[in-house]
Design a protein around this ligand. Structure first.
Ligand SMILES: Nc1nc2c(ncn2[C@@H]2O[C@H](COP(=O)(O)OP(=O)(O)OP(=O)(O)O)[C@@H](O)[C@H]2O)c(=O)[nH]1
Length: 283
């Protein structure tokens, strides 16, 4: 049984986001339809229509497209009305009943929507850096783990750079933390302009950043790091910060043993730059 649910979970995870949404939508509507059929056939004796709230809530929780939620809501209302019409639609009791059902559905959809927004907010907080808005160490390691798995399956190169600022503590000490924060935000804007859309930049420590570059060969990675070193030095000086960057990089033609081993190798290259006097790159 466990194996079956694991296989189903894996198959679901492998679907594209759009397909996942359609699957949830059609599954929940099928459940709703089944409730309606049983309810209709039993002449509403067992009043299953109160359960419409569950499929509609699932759709509100899982489907981002508003019109899918609207369709789910409209369908459950139609089902409700047909079920009530079977009885005495003119009776005030059933009109009140139908209104309460509509209200409950709306409340369920709103609560489910709020739960989804809160869930997304919690994910954002757990995976992004509050100061700069880019990915944090946890998200970076997760992305690196996923890339290593992809590389084991499909091959290709995988490059990784660790960027550590030089003179950052002195900037904090002489100009204050807010100047330090500005320098960190500036570095992030430099990174955002320098990396490709397929790269993954992150803040992995106080003044330490990392960039994951799937598919980038060693030569190109060395060139990228050289340009980044120069760009950082120039833009920091222009902004009045006496700061440079030491960059360690590594290109894996074969998958590394683990994400931690990969980061340790790039870190070792970065420390070689520090030992050699800072401001530069090594790989
Ligand atoms: N302004 C600011 N400072 C931070 C933040 N996080 C960590 N720091 C500071 O960053 C500094 C990092 O210290 P170091 O790694 O010694 O910095 P460094 O002077 O560049 O030294 P090297 O890395 O050896 O070149 C520490 O003083 C931390 O307090 C932050 O979010 N904002």
């Amino acid at each position: 049984m466990n194996r079956l649910t694991d296989a189903a979970r894996r198959a679901y995870a492998n679907l594209s986001h759009a397909r996942q949404q359609w699957l949830v939508f059609s599954g929940a509507l099928a459940v709703e339809l089944a409730i309606f059929v049983v309810d209709y056939l039993t002449g509403s004796d067992i009043r299953l229509h109160t359960l419409y709230i569950f499929p509609v809530s699932v759709i509100a929780l899982k489907c981002e497209r508003r019109w899918l939620q609207g369709v789910a809501f409209a369908m459950s209302m139609v089902f409700q009305l047909v079920t009530y019409a079977q009885e005495k639609i003119a009776s005030i009791e059933y009109i009140v009943d139908a209104s309460v059902a509509a209200l409950s559905l709306l409340v369920a959809m709103t609560l489910a929507g709020m739960a989804r927004i809160n869930h997304q907010r919690a994910i954002d907080l757990a995976t992004s850096d509050e100061l700069t808005g880019i990915a944090n160490r946890r998200a970076f390691i997760a992305a690196l783990d996923a890339e290593i798995v992809r590389q084991r399956r499909s091959g290709g190169a995988l490059s990784l750079a660790i960027i550590d600022l030089d003179g950052f503590k002195a900037l904090n000490d002489t100009r204050g933390h807010s100047a330090g924060d500005d320098a960190l935000r500036l570095l992030v804007s430099i990174l955002a302009r320098s990396v490709r859309a397929s790269d993954f930049p992150a803040r992995v420590g106080g003044d330490e950043f990392a960039v994951l570059m799937p598919g980038m060969p060693a030569g190109e990675c060395g060139h990228f790091c050289k340009q980044l070193t120069e760009e950082v030095a120039q833009r920091m000086v222009e902004s009045g910060f006496a700061i440079t960057a030491s960059i360690g990089f590594i290109c894996f033609e074969a998958p590394p043993d683990s994400s931690l081993a990969a980061v340790a190798q790039a870190d070792a290259a970065m420390y070689r730059v520090k030992e050699a006097g800072r401001r530069g790159r090594a790989g």
